[in-house]
Ligand binder design. Sequence first.
Ligand code: FES
Length: 170
Amino acid sequence: MIRRSISQICRRSWSQINRTNAALSPRNHHRHLHHRYQLHTSSILSHGHLHKPKPGEELHVTFITKDGKQHKYEVAEGDNILDIAQANNLDMEGACGGSCACSTCHIIVDPEYYDEIPEPDDDENDMLDLAFGLTETSRLGCQVKMTKELDGLRVALPAMTRNLQSKDFN
Ligand code: FES
């Protein structure tokens, strides 16, 4: 069962890679192959293990889903956006289990908060290149952890965010 789901994940990622192959430089192509290899060897992390925020230390995050609805949650410092979304049954696939080897946890961050998040590393940037509807404030949900600075964070799920602009968060 687990082996089948890993193989499904790999097939899905590989087809994503094939779709973008034409646009890749040889250097980036090598990197994507490297990510494919990682998919075969990484263990799948579990989701939904959120921490209970201590009284008075609750942080807040709002998701804007594809239908335009807003969903606000109280969360703890250190929880990541993928885990929060999945624990609340929002539509975020997270195919690689949070190991930064897919782009199915793509989120669009409210520009007001974007600079408060530590910069993406090379692996995250490579995967973002594969994301549908990439924007200037795109990130991978599994790589964004809640901090005090991010209290009040607003993120949108990408299917409704083509051409998303700052005013869409008003
Ligand atoms: S779940 Fe795959 S990169 Fe975030």
